[in-house]
Design a protein around this ligand. Structure first.
Ligand SMILES: Nc1ncnc2c1ncn2[C@@H]1O[C@H](COP(=O)(O)OP(=O)(O)O)[C@@H](O)[C@H]1O
Ligand SMILES: [Mg+2]
Length: 246
């Protein structure tokens, strides 16, 4: 089952909060250069799985291997240093700090060691999101929801990740903003960045990703090529609502 070239390999991962078993032994992989999605209802365990992968919380069981090395037990900052960056659910930007300060926090492992590289990367991510360049000196709290999501993505990119993990890109955002955000992820993936995207808006996720895992009640219910799942009756019924039906 295992892909020798897998960048991220999660095996038997479980997460519990006291007696609540949020994630119940999931296996998943992201190949180098792949764009992979996880869809599933609210409470399915998606965020818990991502937080365990990123080292934000300790799993009850299972292993996480990244770029050939075990991540299990490493603190989250060490995991960022290995090349796995997470854009967390709800963005978690620092509202009372400027856009510039928030971006510098994303590069904190390199500030002082590679300042020229950081400046270059800063310029590159601001090129992806011109609206952030216009608002560079403003407090992050004054940005719109869409701009805050751009900032959260840009901050993640500044750690120079091999894998960008995005939890609920669309949360609270208008379709018009999403039409600018999803293509940025698609472009980044085309440039070689591996992406794992958790998304409640399954219709968007299935369009941009190559493979998708469907998660329910802490388990992977099914997985396969996104184009196939987009036509699967169970997926249509459960996640695509009326829009997906003929
Ligand atoms: N900090 C927490 N403490 C206790 N239970 C939690 C906590 N975070 C999430 N849960 C529970 O774990 C389950 C999975 O939640 P979550 O991982 O947030 O799912 P999803 O991201 O798919 O919506 C839910 O039943 C949720 O109520
Ligand atoms: Mg979630």
């Amino acid at each position: 089952m295992s892909t020798p070239g897998a960048l991220l390999k999660v095996a038997g991962l479980s997460v519990s909060y006291g007696r609540i078993e949020a994630v119940r032994g999931i296996d998943l992989e992201v190949g180098a250069g792949e764009f992979v999605g996880i869809i599933g209802s609210n409470g399915a365990g998606k965020t818990s799985a991502l937080r365990a992968i990123a080292g934000v919380l300790a799993p009850a069981a299972g292993t996480v291997t990244f770029d050939g090395q075990a991540l299990t037990g490493l603190p989250s900052h060490a995991i960022v240093g290995r090349g796995l960056a997470m854009v967390p659910e709800g963005r978690l930007i620092f509202a009372d700090q400027t856009v510039e300060d928030n971006l510098e926090l994303g590069a904190y492992t390199r500030v002082g060691k590679d300042d020229a590289g950081v400046r270059q990367d800063m310029d590159r991510v601001l090129g992806l999101f011109p609206r952030l360049r216009e608002r560079y000196a403003q407090l992050a709290g004054s940005l719109s929801g869409g701009e805050q999501q751009m900032l959260a993505i840009a901050r993640g990119l500044l750690s120079r990740p091999k894998l960008l993990v995005v939890d609920e890109l669309s949360l609270g955002l208008a379709p018009k903003i999403l039409e600018t955000l999803f293509p940025v992820l698609v472009d980044l993936n085309r440039q070689g960045l591996s992406i794992l995207l958790v998304e409640q808006m399954a219709s968007y996720a299935l369009q941009v990703t190559r493979r998708t895992y469907v998660m329910e009640n802490g388990r992977i219910l099914m997985h396969g090529p996104s184009a196939e799942l987009a036509g699967d009756q169970r997926v249509l019924d459960a996640y695509l609502g009326r829009q997906g039906r003929h």
